[in-house]
Design a protein around this ligand. Structure first.
Ligand code: AMP
Ligand code: MG
Length: 339
């Protein structure tokens, strides 16, 4: 073999080696690259969606589903007779752990500060309306009778127990989705997740070091149509709207958010309220409370908790709290900002 042949053989080997290094690098980095997993499931009487980017995102997504389903079935559900809440309702209270104590105390505080517009003892009143099943306007006497068995003031909470009237039905329906978001964030914090967007019905967790775009649903449109876009950093966003659950009877619409004073669907002129908070339970509970209170009183309440809000009223007017003014854009021309 001549000198030239030796050089070209050496060159070939070097090129092959370089190619192998490049291939190995691509394979290795693809292996370690954050992956995105998307998943839908049903829990808390609603559709949940998980979108996660990070290491082991598939496993993390599965764990999150387990967490939400477990929280629903074992703790918060009224329908599952073995859940803690169902057992508390059956026995007029009982022993509770630290987490449940926290839920009760946060929600009792919202009941008080909202002047009773939020009341999570309305379970049996909601049952009478039949939302989620065969909904119909209830008999007024039956409604009046069940209203007599409500009232957060009658809940006595201590460090490890809670007691209330036997006839009461505590209902976490207005805050459970937010409670789920808080648990999810705890899980994500222990994982190597870079970014996540998790929705549990109308409550959404934004997780990661960036700004996220969140659409505010068109109250008159379908699930994919929006009236405004929020551009906000990580946190929780909950929306309560009369479009979420309703039925029609004799030409009138009845929705699922009840005014605790009357037992009938709240008529505050509001069709949708969005609350932004670092706390999931607060964003969810306050969106329901603000819906009942209406724009003016609702804004004051949310401010007391340091939360930001977007209210949409029946006239398609959009009211935005100070902290969101530069972070919202109306995308549907039928809607306008308030003066
Ligand atoms: P959300 O979708 O978070 O606004 O919650 C609505 C659910 O909360 C209803 O389906 C009821 O289970 C419950 N709920 C209705 N009205 C009230 C109220 N005034 N206070 C607390 N919970 C309520
Ligand atoms: Mg709520």
């Amino acid at each position: 073999m001549g000198k030239g042949g030796l050089v070209s053989a050496k060159k070939k080997i070097a090129m092959l080696a370089a190619l192998s290094v490049a291939v190995i690098t691509v394979i290795v980095s693809a292996f370690f690259m954050p992956r995105t997993t998307e998943k839908n499931f049903f829990a808390m009487n609603t559709v949940c969606n998980v979108k996660i980017t990070g290491k082991d995102s598939k496993t993390v997504a599965q764990e999150l589903e387990k967490t939400v389903v477990g929280l629903d079935e074992n703790v918060l559900s009224r329908q599952n007779e073995n859940s803690i809440t169902a057992r508390l309702n059956l026995n007029g209270g009982g022993e509770i752990d630290e987490k449940l104590n926290e839920y009760f105390s946060v929600l009792l505080d919202v009941c008080q500060k909202s002047g009773g517009s939020f009341d999570f003892t309305l379970g049996k009143v909601s049952d009478l309306w039949g939302f989620g099943g065969e909904a119909a306007v209830p008999n007024p006497y039956a409604l009046y009778n069940e209203l007599g068995h409500t009232g957060y003031e009658n809940i006595a909470l201590s460090a490890n127990s809670v007691t209330f009237e036997d006839e009461f039905a505590v209902d976490f329906g207005a805050a459970g989705k937010g409670i789920a978001l808080d648990s999810i964030r705890e899980n994500l914090g222990k994982s190597e997740t870079k970014e996540a967007v998790v929705s549990v019905g109308g409550s959404i967790l934004l997780y990661g070091d960036k700004d996220f775009s969140v659409g505010i649903r068109n109250p008159e449109g379908n699930a994919g149509s929006y009236v405004a876009i929020l551009n906000i950093p990580e946190g929780c966003v909950s929306t309560s709207g009369s479009y979420e659950r309703f039925f029609e009877q004799d030409g009138k619409q009845y929705h699922h958010i009840i005014d605790p004073e009357t037992g009938y669907p709240a008529k505050s002129g509001v069709v949708s309220v969005t609350v932004v908070s670092q706390s999931g339970i607060l964003s969810d509970a306050l969106s329901t409370a603000c819906f009942v209170l209406g724009t003016e009183k609702g804004m004051v309440l949310a401010k007391e908790y340091g939360c930001e809000t977007v209210f949409i009223d029946e006239n398609k007017t959009v009211y935005v709290s100070d902290g969101l003014r530069d972070r919202i854009e109306i995308t549907d021309k039928a809607y306008t900002f308030s003066e």
